[in-house]
Design a protein. Sequence first.
Length: 289
Amino acid sequence: MKLIKILPIIVFGLFMSCGEDQDDSLQPSNPNLIIKLKFDPTQERLGNLGQPVSVGSGNAAQSPSINKMSANYIEFAPTATTALGTGEIIFNGEETTAGGNQAINFQNAIFAGDNETFLTIPLSDVSSGNYEWVRVSLAYQEGDIDVLANGQDIIGTLASFVGYNSYITSFDLNGSTINVNENKAQGFWAFEALGFTAQGQAPEGATTVPNPLSNTSPIPTGSCIVTGEFENGLTLTGNETQDITVTLSFSINNSFEWTEINADGKYEPEAGEQVVDMGLRGLIPSVSN
């Protein structure tokens, strides 16, 4: 008699357990917004106004091979007239006054390489809406460049600090430690090749920052906020069940530019050729699920 009474309880318990499992499987997922970086040497080369431009007279340039990059700010803008800072800000990097004035805290920066993920955040943290533009404040890029030294073609690594202001204690460049311990304005760079290192500063205002919205939504002078347009827009409904990936494709088409002393198209620091521009040359964002 006890067995007969217990069996219905066991069957009922099994039914409830199965029902709970089914309910769990029907629970909505928690999708993310994934930001990936891409560096394209064939993408159109743009100037500050977002229009195609050629290499400056008396200069030469090459397309570096970018190893990693860091950004300090990402914003989605609904329209071409959305003022900077009034769109949907999805990322703000860490800043500090340790070096005096407000600056990007390079020591705590986030980095990513080509076709790598830079940022992942819950879509629930992003406001629903239609976005036509994206703004990205670039902070740092590191890549390989071709150099002519002592009559030989070698490959060196260039670290470019393109943010508005960067507080740097020290950093590693191909095994060489570069000590700074102060703020550095936009255009500071360091170079390493065959164990030899050098540092320099590009002229103020020389770093190209493409902004096709310069007439309707300008950016502050000295910033490195590159602006790009979604081909078909980005629409977030708030009901997404799958991850959404936004790939930020940056043009590195002849993005490393220098003053040409020997007209051979090769970067020759020994000849006194100076770095004048390290800015990325355009941004095309794309969306995928």
